[in-house]
Each structure stands twice: as structure tokens, then as C-alpha cells.
Design a protein around this ligand. Sequence first.
Ligand SMILES: Nc1nc2c(ncn2[C@@H]2O[C@H](COP(=O)(O)OP(=O)(O)OP(=O)(O)O)[C@@H](O)[C@H]2O)c(=O)[nH]1
Ligand SMILES: [Mg+2]
Length: 464
Amino acid sequence: MILRDHEDTIVALATPAGEGAIAVIRLSGPDAIQISEKCFRGKTAIQSQQSHTVQFGKIIDFNNRTIDEVLCTLFKSPKSFTGEDVVEFGCHGGQFVVKKVLEIFISAGARPADPGEFTKRAFLNGKMDLSQAEAIADLIYAQSDRAHTASLAQLEGKLAQNIRQARDRLIDVLKLMELELDFIEDDLEFVDKSKVLALTEGVLTEINVLLESFRFGKIWREGISAAIIGAPNAGKSSILNALLGQERAIVTHIPGTTRDFIEESLIIDGILFRISDTAGIRETEDFVEKEGVKRTRQIIEKSDISIIVVDRSREMPEEERIFISDILTQNKFPVMLVENKIDLTAVENIKSIEIPKRITKVRTSALQGIGIEELKSALSNFAESAKIASNETSAVVTSRRHQASLLHAKEGLEGAIDSLKKKASNEFVVVDLRTALDALGEIIGEVTTEEILNDIFSKFCIGK
Ligand SMILES: Nc1nc2c(ncn2[C@@H]2O[C@H](COP(=O)(O)OP(=O)(O)OP(=O)(O)O)[C@@H](O)[C@H]2O)c(=O)[nH]1
Ligand SMILES: [Mg+2]
């Protein structure tokens, strides 16, 4: 654990910047009460105010001028968000007032807080573990129901609980192994290695379950990336607009209208979709076509799902047919097929594509808004199928940082299991078990470096 100098008292605006009915300015630190006292005139001194109560009063500057009428709420250490003395002032929400009040507190001895510093202090004072602190940022930034549920579960400490259990078990194993190391000269073996192996394998299984949960955890937190691809003029931009219910992408009858990559967010059944509209796969010049195909393939590989759009009213060029058949039959990346322009007379071209049964097919007329709801349900079904074994009570890994640490722990455990099976000497097993233990510790902050902390808390907003 890194101990930082917490002698100073920090101040920041805790509500969003800009005009609002009220703005909350928060101070935390050993001098929070004393500094507040200098700038506040209420019925009683803050010193004698009861913790967790509010009193009305005024903020005054050093010339005794009233700056604002405020409500002062006191949270005495250790029963506060940060664990330190915390004073919160509810001011009127004007930008000028806020700036002025902040200036007064700063000249009275407070320091402007760094991003996430309140939460960081809460973590360092043992108010929460690291994964819970991160959950706060996730909760603030949650854009969908699912992201909200997942971050709330993490805030309640579900993930931390699982990690702690796994660590406790590893610590037991390590104690046994290290004890034996002490007696290495005596060539004493008093640990049942098959038991150690079984325990380690048990922990590995749990880690694998958590890693598996990242498949949908990632979706909950970051949403699903869905790319709309297809030939020029197939109606890709029209479909994006129809899904969004607004004219976001430019639609014309000229093939090659969309040149850039457009991405928009859409929530379907509580899941966030990040839908991108791409330039069509070119067919004019040989070179450009190849480039286009290459790029489209890359997009398909990177996206969680690709929506392939074909124009039913147009003969499909051979290259396009081969390309699409190839993608559909490969079964490498999740795709669905949209046959667009069903309001027009269909040509037979679609029939010549081999469409495997597992591929979801939707028929649309983006122009007339037909089939758009079906497309949304298809996307929603895809999201549902991606979250497989999840249930509301099990821990879900949603953060890439946690995934990286879990992968690291997995490596360590696999190494230890390998050494145990090979009957390698204890040192090897111990080193790998320690690696796993530390990697797990990084998730909840039992093992941490200033670097990890700064990286996490710098992503927070100031005042949090
Ligand atoms: N009749 C009919 N026309 C459509 C339909 N969907 C799109 N269009 C028309 O097809 C033309 C091309 O539509 P876009 O949405 O720009 O097609 P795109 O695939 O984005 O084209 P590029 O960006 O050029 O690759 C426009 O004139 C649209 O109005 C449809 O369902 N029915
Ligand atoms: Mg377009």
C-alpha cells in the first residue's frame, strides 16, 4: 500500500460546471472544518455542528462581504466518503459564485483537488477497494441499463469478494509451500502435493469463470460495436438513419456517398450499440476494390457484429457475390444479412448466395421504414446470446484492467500447475503462485503501485 501525504485539505466543485440551481463544493482533509470556519458564518460554528447535519449560513470573503447564502453539511471523520473530515457547501449554481467560493477556500488554505482525488482518498483510507472505486467512475459514465447494473454490482463488492476468496485460498497454499522451502536442506516433504495441485486447479477454474464473464461484461460496459457494410448504394446509410430515427448519415443516389466512418450510439433493450456506417466495398478500379475489400475485412474482424447489406433490386456483381458468400460461410465472425429495398422488384441475385441457416436474415426497406424493428430485435437477440451464462448474482468482469490482471493470474496458476505436475522443485511453484496472487491483488488494490493508482484516478473527473 502506498501511503501518500494526506496532510493537506482538498477542495473542488462536486457538481457539473455551468449554470444550475445549486452547486456543491466539497472540502476533505484534516483542516476541512478549520478552513470552512474561516469563510462561513452560520448559527453555530461548524466545529460544534453535529456530524451529518445541515445548517444555513453565508460564505464571506476576507473583507466580510457576503458571497452567497449556502447550506453547510458536515461529515466528521471517519464517517464520510473519504474517511476524512468532509464539509460540503450547497451554493447557488452560478459560474461566478462557484469560482468566487472556490477562490476563497483556496486562499483560506485548501488545495484544488486532482481528478478522482476524493475517491482515491476513500480508497487509501480503506473506505472501499480499488474495484469499487473504479465502479464509481463506471457508474457515472454508464450509458445503458446494463452498464448501470454491472457497475452497481461491482460497487457492492461482488467482484472483490470473489477475488478475495481466490486470494485467501492461494495464500493458504503458499504458506504450506513456503514452510516446506524453509526445511529444504532437510529434504523434508510434509505437504501433500496432490492437494496443492487440486487447490490451485480450483482457483484456476474460478479465474476462468471470471474471465469468461468479460465476454458479456465488456458488452455491458462498452456496448456492442456493430458495423454496417455492403456495396455502394446498397442503402447502408439509410439503414443507419432508420435505426437512429434521424438523418445522421448523408444519403444520395450516387454510389460512394459515405467516405468516412460514422459511428452513432443506440440503445436497444438496455444494451448500448455503437453502430458504424462505412464506405461501400468498391468495384470500380481493381486496386481500389482490393483496398476496399481489405478494409472491409478489417472492420468485420474488429466489430462485435457486422450487418451486411445487399440491394435486392440490383444484379449483384460476381466479386461482391463471392465476397459475401465467403464471409457468410466462413463462420469466423458474427454477421447478419439485411436484404434491403424490398419495396422494389427483386432480382434473383440473392438466391445465388449460399446463406447458412445460422445466419440471421432481415428484409428491410430503409426508405419506407419496413423491417427496421425486426433488425433491432435481431441485434437485441444477438446481445442476449452473447451474455450466455450470466445471471444477476454472479460477479461480472467489465473492465479491461481487471481482465489483464486475471489473464496474468491465469498464467501464473497454469505455470504453477505445470510445475506441480512435473514435480519441479517448490521454488518454481512458489514464484508462479506469487505472480498469480499479486495479479489478483492488483484488481482490488491489495497490491498496487502509484502508477496504477494514478492511471485509474486520472480518468475520473475533478471533484469525484
Ligand atoms: N427504393 C429504395 N431505395 C432505397 C432504400 N434504401 C436506400 N435507398 C436509396 O438508395 C440510395 C443509396 O442509399 P444510401 O443509404 O446512401 O446507400 P449507401 O449504401 O450508404 O451508399 P454509399 O454511402 O454510397 O456506399 C439512395 O438514393 C436511397 O434513397 C430502400 O429501402 N428502398
Ligand atoms: Mg452511405
